[in-house]
Design a protein around this ligand. Sequence first.
Ligand code: PLP
Length: 406
Amino acid sequence: MTVFDPEHALWNVRREFGEHGGVCPSISRSATFTVMDPATMPEIFQGLRGPDKGGCFLYSRHFNPTIHVLDRYLAAMEGTEAAVCTASGMSAISCALLQICRAGDHIVASNTIYGGTHALLRELLPEMGITTTFVETTDLSAFEAAITPATKVIYTETVGNPTLKVADIPALSKLARTYYLTLMVDNTFTPMLVSPAKLGADIVVHSLTKFINGAGDLIAGVICADKAFIHRLMDLHTGRVMLFGPTMDPRSAFDIIQRLPHLAIRMREHSHRAQAIAGRLEKMGAPVSYPGLPSHPQHNLLAAMLNPGFGFGGMLTIDCENQKTAEKLMALLQNQERFGLIAVSLGYYDTLMSCSGSSTSSEIPPEDQDKIGISPGLIRLAVGYTGNLEDRIVQMETAVKTVGLV
Ligand code: PLP
């Protein structure tokens, strides 16, 4: 298999310069666009002209020049033919699923996924007649056993939120091919590190809110896939992105474009620091889980899927078993040690930490949380890169000792 380099792919794509030769692309904020010749407008509606056919724009819910630059860059980075940006990660996920599934259809999904996606699959989509069977992320035979004649999609996250269980994307892709299903992968935790489309995924989604934007100041998403699927999403009559209308703001697109150049550098540093902190915690005997540790059950699997040079990612967990200890540890880390911030989300420059069971995974019923390995005291840490690393390690050691975890 040829090695894919997302960093190279991203900067090999046609660069967009701004008006007057600006080194930054311009922000095109127009809701609507004028044409010189009235005959052009029906041609745009007929699909004869468009952003990639003569550089024609019509209306910003359809296509917008600034957002389209980000579409192109993210498609290049994920190694897909095309992409469409959306207003949030959730709108990317829901539009992509609803483009494929109709009433009566069925999804097989990994059981450790973001709580919002879990709620979409478990509670909202059944109201539309679309059902989901959740299976253990690491159990391929469970995925296969759950497939029925009504199944349309296999859904997983590359590295599951918050358990950090790793999905075997090449094997799931093989399964999807065998049963003529679509493999959809949420790659939010591992941009640059893993390229699911290159491992056989048909659709790759991201919450751009997280690592890709990296500044914690906007909500955004993207769907990366082949041209045919992106065209279906943008179809004037039945396109879910076109007609549900989760349109990204061009100012957000511009901000993300400006942060893409340092995504690779940031991902390397997130990984480097998470690896160092996790390694020290493990040495102390603390209940840490990190895919970069050889003790992680899917360490070798993730290593085999990784693009070289980006490490194992910025996410780790500490399992305090009970919520009280977890809250005590987070309070110490934030208010005494100044190690990081108690907040949901991830991919920020400061470390963010939250108790998943009572926050971003609270949509998953407690009995299911227990089954999939989310204890009430599981803290998810999205390791940032501010401050001196050795100081950060000492801060963590102090707090972990104070709460009696070691
Ligand atoms: N996917 C994952 C893995 C997430 O962690 C999140 C949010 O936390 C989402 C999707 C949803 O993204 P957004 O909040 O941008 O809608």
